[in-house]
Design a binder for this molecule. Structure first.
Ligand code: FES
Length: 217
């Protein structure tokens, strides 16, 4: 699905604005700040691109149940792909699948199998969720058929351990996959906050800006 994607133009735009505003602050020119505020583009993301946030439910990303809420009774130690689903301003449900980096992986392990650096407070009864996009160059991570229980990125053999916070256990990824805090909500799952770290292609400052922007959607 996601192969060698170019840098997200929205992130590039956010970067530009952050740099521009930072420069304006450094020179302390009120006129310049006002001028930049005047040309600041309108909100650049839509509800379908907002990253997972507290209150979103998780829905199947593929298969016959695509778009339906995850059924926790069907989860197991193999990855299940999911999208976060939130609401737009009118309260209508919106699957946030127009941003490929919003793809998630969900697992259910025996609770005792989950170990550090997994954030155990962000799991529920062995259910854990992570970003599904590789932190190296943004390919989609999958099950590792030759080493069951681990995950493999097909692009450059990046490997992750989903029982241990999706830490990197092989290949070139520079960071673990970000973990999404979740809780069991009835028979399904809900996010209790955003990913615990930026997803692929986003810097800390981009990520902070994106989450701020999400509050306005
Ligand atoms: S994109 Fe995943 S290892 Fe390179």
């Amino acid at each position: 699905m996601t192969k060698y994607r170019r840098a997200d133009p929205e992130i590039s735009r956010r970067k530009f604005i952050n740099v521009a505003l930072g420069t304006a602050g450094a020179v302390g020119g009120l006129g310049l700040v006002t001028a930049l505020a005047g040309v600041r583009p309108p909100i650049r993301i839509t509800a379908s691109k907002v990253p997972a946030i507290a209150g979103d439910i998780l829905v199947y990303a593929e298969g016959p149940d695509a778009g339906k809420p995850i059924d926790i009774s069907k989860l197991n130690d193999k990855l299940t792909h999911a999208w976060p689903q939130g609401k737009d301003k009118t309260g209508a449900p919106v699957v946030r699948k127009d941003e490929p980096n919003n793809l998630l992986m969900v697992f259910k392990f025996a609770e005792a199998e989950l170990v550090a650096p997994t954030d155990l407070k962000a799991t529920d009864k062995g259910v854990v969720a992570y970003s599904g996009i590789c932190m190296h160059l943004g390919c989609q991570v999958g099950n590792n058929a030759s080493k069951p229980g681990t995950l493999l990125c097909p692009c450059h053999s990046g490997a992750y351990d989903p029982r241990a916070g999706c830490k990197v256990i092989g290949g070139p990824p520079p960071k673990p996959l970000s973990q999404l805090p979740i809780k069991i909500d009835g028979t399904g799952l809900a996010a209790t906050g955003p990913l615990n770290a930026p997803y692929y292609g986003s810097t800390e400052s981009d990520w902070a800006s994106l989450l701020e922007e999400a509050k306005t959607i």
